[in-house]
Write a protein that binds this ligand. Sequence first.
Ligand code: KG4
Ligand code: ZN
Length: 341
Amino acid sequence: MILLGIETSCDETSAAIVEDGTRVLSSIVASQADLHAKWGGVVPEVASRLHVERVLPVITEAMEAAAVGSASVQAIAVTNRPGLIGALVVGVACAKALAFAWRVPLLGVHHIVGHLYAPLLSEPTFGFPFLCLVVSGGHTELILASGHGSFCTLGRTRDDAAGECFDKCARLLGLPYPGGPEMERVARDGDPGAVAFPRAWLGDSLDFSFSGLKTAVARFIETDGGRTPTADVAASLQAAIVEVLVNKALLAAERTGVCRVALGGGVAANKTLAREFADACQRKGLRYVVPPVELCTDNAAMIAAAAHHRATAGEDDGLAIDTVATDYLPLCPSVAAGRSK
Ligand code: KG4
Ligand code: ZN
């Protein structure tokens, strides 16, 4: 079965053609990062306008690259929640128009569920159940994926996401946006033990917290007066983030007894994180996947893959599907109950 995936929840306009849920025939991503850089972060209004300009050319490019015409597309999958409202609306409106014109089912996909399918796209034999640590600019979530459509958030950040912490601290250090990749580059020449930044363990919780770390970095920069090399600060910050992420992922594996673990989201591009995650998994005898960067960062292939089982079951959300614009949308209501955000 051939699906067209569309993703416009934040600052990447993406379309992909995926066959049978695992074969990526094409995946096109038009990133807006350079255009948002001058403001030091994503400007929602600018993101929406750029999606409007780019969404149809990107879909056309994806179909041409896959040599797939409209008559071959059997369903359309689109991210409809959560995300920036103006950005989501562009992808969803476009998907509705195409589904109507081509007379194919339309499936709305939860963005984080899309991220959970990146490990399965990169390693189709990985299989359920698995744990996935989704770490991006907007999310830090530890999720148990038990089967198609069966997901449970075991832990999530109580304040800033890990990528947000990288980005905000990079800004404090005078590094350009997006700060994560730049922080990693600068950290390469630094000593990770130079500054003892705090690790928020939060007792035995599987939740995360990175806002205290950001404050600690701000205070350190203020009081240090530039004596410590930026590389040492960057390496120490990176070490603090990576240590917490890797330890909590392993703790979740130990608690659940699940022996397959994966990384996802843009922060998974960080080589220190990927290496320490892989080393820790090997030490514990866990099977692991760190998908290639192009599948970790926002892309429409993961959205199409996430909808495949629903499309094959004959499901159709119809043209009335709505967008849900919120920074956090629970995957499992029971665990989300009582949370403040
Ligand atoms: O998943 P993503 O592309 O977009 C969303 O936020 O959904 O993730 C972007 C985040 C940014 O915060 C960026 O700084 C971070 O991922 N990032 C990195 C690296 N590459 C991207 N953080 C640390 N090291 C990297 N190499
Ligand atoms: Zn994402």
